[in-house]
Design a protein around this ligand. Sequence first.
Ligand SMILES: *Cc1c(COP(=O)(O)O)cnc(C)c1O
Length: 394
Amino acid sequence: MENIKALDQTYVAPTYGRFDVVLTEGKGCIAYGEDGREYIDMGSGIGVNLFGYCDEVWKEAVITQLNSLQHTSNLYYTGPCAELARELCERTGLKKVFFCNSGAEANETAIKAARRYGELNKGPEFYTIITLKNSFHGRTLTTLAATGQDKFHQLFQPLTPGFVSVEANNIEALKAAVKENNVCAIMLECIQGEGGVNVLTQDFIDAVKEIAKQEDLLILDDEVQTGNGRTGALYAYMHYGFTPDVVTTAKGLGGGLPIGAVMLGEKTADLFHPGDNGSTFGGNPAVCAGALANLKRLDETRMNEVNRKSQLIFETLNEKPNVRSISGKGLMIGIEPEKGTAVDIAKKCLTKGVLVLTAGGNRVRLLPPLNISEENLKKALDVILAAFEDEGKE
Ligand SMILES: *Cc1c(COP(=O)(O)O)cnc(C)c1O
């Protein structure tokens, strides 16, 4: 067999720091390496393979659709796109859905909605969106501008104007920023993923709600990572008892195929008209058929299962050697070491057959498939704990 690693290093643009492993196959939560080794995947890609590798129910839905119609342009109606939109609206109470291909693209649309809303309801100078420090909203120039982390801003100046970031969970900072700028919206992740698995407090969300109401601002909720059952609720906002004006999601929704969705509420459902926005691949029937099949499986029983496994993770990791803190909800977990780096711990886990992710703030991040067996979960946690302990001794 050709040397895949050498081929990649010669021809693929080197934008990723890859781990030293070539994956060739997978089943459930297990990935198989070219070297014949097995890995328990505690990352699901990055929160994408919602039911693991090659899940039968999802595969069946996608393949059935591939056998009838793989794509048509958005000039025509297709069933899976309409049915998925209905399922998303009925399950969330939001009113309309725009489909695209990725999280960044979904957030671009949310930002467009906020700008339309500001212009129509407050005036053309009201285009500023308040975002949070340590957020992550994507890699396009505009979603980089929305991302509240300076390290993402440096290489590609000038970024899109109209974004101001404030510290998460800091109500006074939020109030001040709203006062000082002509604001149309507040954009947030209920649990910041890339930024370090930081959970927003109920008090902060309550303040966001209050300020948004007083100042007539939209709440844009980025559920690209937290969405689709990941945190033990269908969408993470449901833990907090509010309904955002725009909810974006992607990652887990497609179960492994690219999709982005923008759900629009009462105030935003009528902002877009024919020609105002679009996407060639958006609403692809095969992707939507798979997403619909997965979404229908995210019922109360499944959420209870996610929350049970979450509890198992928290209990297993609690007060263990070299574990300073554990954060997150459901199967979205951040673990901070006392000593050493999350990246070194991830490398140690890899050599012992467990794939984990890292996040900002020196966190090891876990986003396992929702249907991971307790047996594999326990095995993976044993390896992770050993890696933490080992790192602490160096
Ligand atoms: C991954 C992620 C994005 C970007 O999604 P892409 O599909 O990579 O464009 C945006 N927001 C959040 C919260 C994410 O986790």
